[in-house]
Design a binder for this molecule. Structure first.
Ligand code: ADP
Ligand code: MG
Length: 396
């Protein structure tokens, strides 16, 4: 169901609480990658330009003890945000209390205040992560409306997303949230066909829900990565020393049966004696010989998958085709990226943290229609699950 967005509410003169995802990597007080801050800019700009008072909250990392707080402050994020927007941003070094309330009371229309890391509330009884209702109520009391733009935490029920929304405060989606639901939602639930799903990565067990959901929705499912060998085993093929999940072999069998010729397995693999970039590689069609482990899909598989992909109108990709972090085993993932990059007029979506990292590090990021910013959240959307953070946003 369509969700209300910032464009559906009046912001002028309103105190607008915006839950962003500023969970950026910080090292020695310096932000090493500000992608997530940039991803939140459209919503923040929109709210300020429409006369709202923007009160920003976000988590950063995990905070369990007083000591954890060190190095996890949102202060550098507030500073970077000010630089990116080229304007003043007020940082308040608390998550509740008088200083915060005073800073908000002093705000003029269009101004921006950033609260301290919401997870600082976890030190005292996990109030944020366990969605303590009083905390959600308190944060909601600071504002007139709530904008949830933190897609990356939408699969979690925390005080700073679900807690605030469930107080009944008008709750709408920000632009990032809207974009994620639109692209992933359409690709999975209302795809232009043929819809091809490409599933890889390390383990079958991480992806059971995704495979089961996409078996129903996709026209073809191409399997690669480490999970290949659990499927090989299910078919009675030798897999040498390849990664395998013995306790998922039966499941793989039933998935093969259920999916029929929708499910396409690799026809060849690039293998090595060890999990290393410094040993000789071999290429094998079908079974993996003793002493070898499959670490990438082979050239014939790239060709076969590319051939299937060339008619695709929707591609949903989750999980690298091989150990792309090592150059000897990156060719499969590169080949699939190239096949997708060549498509004209198709919707091409990446969900999954390592798959997004692969597309970026291999230089294909701009070739996709949409690369999801939320690893866990995008996985759960691909599984067809209802995300609590999303469900708590008002319907149109
Ligand atoms: P995502 O984060 O996109 O959902 P995963 O976390 O499931 O992806 O899997 C990514 C990891 O899978 C990568 O680190 C990659 O090295 C590993 N991988 C891919 N193919 C293999 C393989 N054949 N054997 C072992 N590991 C593999
Ligand atoms: Mg991963």
């Amino acid at each position: 169901m369509a969700k209300k967005t910032v464009e559906d509410i009046d912001l002028k003169g309103k105190k607008v609480l915006v839950r962003a995802d500023f969970n950026v990597p910080v090292s020695d007080g310096a932000i090493t990658d500000d992608t997530r801050i940039k991803a939140a800019l459209p919503t923040i700009k929109y709210v300020t330009q429409h006369g709202g008072k923007t009160i920003l909250l976000s988590h950063l990392g995990r905070v369990k003890t007083e000591e954890d707080k060190e190095g996890q402050s949102l202060a550098p994020v507030a500073k970077r945000l000010g630089e990116l927007l080229d304007r003043d941003v007020t940082f308040v070094s608390e998550t509740h209390g008088e200083d915060l309330e005073k800073a908000i009371a002093d705000m003029q229309d269009g101004e921006i205040v950033v609260l301290e890391n919401t997870r600082f509330e976890d030190v005292d009884g996990k109030k944020e992560s366990k969605n303590d209702p009083e905390l959600g109520k308190y944060w909601a009391s600071l504002a007139d409306v709530f904008v949830n733009d933190a897609f990356g935490t939408a699969h979690r029920s925390h005080a700073s997303n679900v807690g605030i929304a469930s107080t009944g405060i008008p709750t709408v989606a920000g632009f990032l949230m809207e974009k994620e639901i639109k692209f992933i939602g359409e690709a999975v639930d209302d795809p232009k066909r043929p819809m091809i799903a490409i599933l890889g990565g390390a383990k079958v067990s991480d992806k059971i829900g995704v495979i089961e959901n996409l078996i129903e929705k996709a026209d073809k499912i191409l399997i690669g990565g480490g999970m290949t060998y659990t499927f090989y085993k299910a078919k009675g093929e030798d897999i040498g020393n390849s990664m395998v999940e013995e306790d998922k072999v039966e499941l793989a069998k039933s998935l093969i049966e259920k999916a029929g010729d929708k499910l396409v397995l690799p026809v060849d693999s690039v293998t090595a004696k060890e999990f290393s970039n410094d040993v000789a590689t071999e290429t094998h069609e079908g079974p993996i010989p003793e002493g070898q482990m499959g670490l990438d899909i082979g050239p014939k598989t790239v060709e076969a998958f590319s051939d299937i992909l060339k008619d695709a109108k929707t591609v949903v990709w989750n999980g690298p085709m091989g150990v792309f972090e090592m150059s000897n085993f990156a060719k499969g993932t590169i080949g699939i990226c190239e096949a997708i990059a060549n498509l004209q007029g198709a919707n091409t979506i990446i969900g999954g943290g390592d798959s997004a990292a692969a597309a970026e590090s291999l230089g294909f990021a701009d070739k996709f229609t949409h690369i999801s910013t939320g690893g866990g959240a995008s996985l759960e959307l691909l599984e067809g699950k209802t995300l609590p953070g999303l469900a708590a946003i008002n319907d149109k």
